[in-house]
Design a protein around this ligand. Structure first.
Ligand SMILES: Cc1ncc(COP(=O)(O)O)c(C=O)c1O
Length: 360
């Protein structure tokens, strides 16, 4: 009993908030996928992010974060952490010398996303890891956009967080997250006396775990198809002279970095953005695309249908307008999470028809 309580009895489960068999199967599979020693599964992506940060940082610490991250993450870093006097310096994560210059004696972690939401900038994980190691700080990577495509821990990151709500589950029928790291970190996160996750209790419901584990087995095929379809649409939008961002486009800013760090065979990911300059033009196109059955006007991503949204007014609305401008987030931006369409040419024909009808 005592060994079980202290997590030292292999195969024994103390209490479901700590570990349970379904969560352990899923966590072990995610850890194996990432090349991490261990993982722990959470009730949402935000739970993975916030518990990781709260576990690493104490009152008065400092964080260096990418300026472009998911809006909820930005709000947590910018607004919530002030209650613990934790300060955050936001940087252009693609500018490695700016990242290093922002590190202070009380910096505890560098935070970024492999491919950032929604601007699709790519973090040079090996370069960031070498700065993190030099200054003895943790490198935490949100890999939600690029499971299988990027393996941050193999590239030197210390901790990887996921919103499994997205590509990993792939069905938009649950909310879930994961934290991957070394055994020491995961053990301390769920320590019965001091572990942030054990004591705040953001554990994933085990019934959900078994559903996600089933879906995980098709992730490699889904990522290939999402990427294939996204590449196709990005090339078509670009050829139609619409400002398109997709790291798979050879002329795109971060094509070289992603090509260097990615695992071959899964493409460049399922998310693309186009910029129609004004929110009005973006809304008109999104509304017509929904009517023409291109997909759904919705904020999530990683679903089997194509989803599109206007980040400035939705998933990044927590970011104040002046910062949106500073980071280059146009009000006319449309983010597409490209689905698993079998006939992507037909999807493009529908989109092109909308563009022509609206005279965009
Ligand atoms: C990159 C990224 N990380 C984290 C989250 C938060 O995930 P969840 O909604 O599962 O809490 C999101 C949500 O959109 C996201 O896009």
């Amino acid at each position: 009993m005592s060994d079980t309580f202290h997590g030292e009895a292999e195969g024994c489960f103390l209490y479901s908030r700590h570990w349970n068999p379904s969560n352990k199967y899923l966590a072990d599979a995610i850890a194996r996928m990432e090349g991490a020693e261990e993982a722990w599964v959470t009730a949402s992506g935000m739970a993975a992010i916030t518990n990781t940060i709260l576990h690493i940082c104490n009152t008065g610490d400092h964080i260096v974060s990418s300026m472009t991250t998911y809006g909820g993450t930005f709000a947590f870093l910018e607004n919530y952490l002030t209650k613990f006097q934790i300060k955050v310096t936001f940087v252009d994560i693609t500018n490695i010398s700016e990242v290093e210059a922002a590190i202070l004696p009380n910096t505890k972690l560098i935070y970024t996303e492999s491919v950032t939401n929604p601007l699709l900038r790519v973090s040079d994980i090996p370069a960031l890891a070498s700065i993190a190691n030099k200054h003895n700080v943790k490198l935490v990577i949100d890999n939600t956009f690029t499971p299988m495509i990027v393996s941050p821990i193999k590239l030197g990151a210390h901790i990887v967080v996921y919103s499994m709500t997205k590509f990993i589950n792939g069905k938009n029928d649950c909310i879930a997250g994961a934290i991957c790291g070394n055994k020491e970190f995961i053990d301390s996160l769920i320590d019965v006396n001091t572990g942030t996750a054990m004591l705040l209790g953001p554990v994933l419901d085990p019934l959900r775990s078994s559903g996600i584990l089933k879906n995980l087995h098709s992730l490699h095929i889904r990522m290939k198809q999402h990427s294939y379809n996204a590449q196709y649409l990005a090339e078509k939008f670009s050829a139609a002279s619409i400002r398109t961002v997709y790291p798979g486009l050879s002329g795109s800013k971060d094509h070289e970095v992603l090509t260097r760090i990615m695992n071959p065979g899964f493409g460049y990911g399922g998310v693309i953005t186009i910029d129609l300059a004004t929110a009005e033009r973006a809304n008109k196109l999104m509304e017509m695309m929904e009517l023409e059955d291109v997909g759904y006007l919705a904020v999530s991503l990683g679903y089997f249908k194509t989803l599109f949204s206007n980040p400035g007014k939705s998933t990044s609305s927590e970011v104040p307008e002046e910062i949106q401008l500073q980071m280059g987030l146009s009000e006319g931006l449309i983010r597409f999470s490209v689905g698993l369409d079998n006939d992507i040419e037909r999807t493009w024909n529908r989109i092109e028809n909308c563009i022509k009808t609206l005279g965009l």
